[in-house]
Design a protein. Structure first.
Length: 166
């Protein structure tokens, strides 16, 4: 497993420090999220994926970001309450991060370097960009905000089926 990825420090939505190693799984879906975005209803499908595949080894990780249209203005506590109340989110959520620029969280720096966007551009263009990490972190795929989470179900199922069991 790429030590660079799994040593990246994270702060969860409750302020607890973790690393990516705390969230290892056969497949990890990392998403930059926002509460006031046209794509916000994707929380529902992300939760459906989490409920459907977590016992088989899927981890869904949500990272609120306020860099796109100021669509995530709330505090971490407000974000958590919004996600739980409106979408029943139970997958791990993290403290608000930046995904682009000099203040970009190291996780997103790593993911963008492993899976550049269209025409090799590394910048994340909008909320709900998705990164699917598989093969113990050796493979990273990027999906655009308009890609609905449930369209990734077959891909996730294949990764989980093809991953060695513990």
């Amino acid at each position: 497993m790429p030590s660079q990825l799994f040593s990246i420090p994270l702060v969860n939505i409750h302020g607890e420090t973790k690393t990516m190693a705390d969230f290892t799984a056969k497949a990890i879906l990392v998403v930059n999220t926002a509460s006031e975005c046209g794509f916000t209803p994707q929380y529902e499908e992300l939760e459906q994926l989490w409920q459907r595949y977590r016992a088989e080894g899927l981890m869904v990780l949500g990272f609120p970001c306020n860099q796109f249209g100021q669509q995530e203005k709330g505090s971490n506590q407000e974000i958590e309450a919004f996600c739980q109340l409106n979408y029943g989110v139970s997958f791990p959520m993290f403290a608000k991060v930046e995904v682009n620029g000099s203040g970009a969280h190291p996780l997103f720096g790593y993911l963008k370097s492993q899976a550049p966007g269209l025409l090799g551009h590394q910048a994340i263009k909008w909320n709900f960009t998705k990164f699917l990490i598989s093969d113990e972190g050796r493979k990273v795929e990027r999906f655009a905000p308009m890609t609905k989470p449930l369209t990734l179900a077959d891909k996730i199922a294949r990764i989980l089926k093809d991953s060695p069991t513990d």
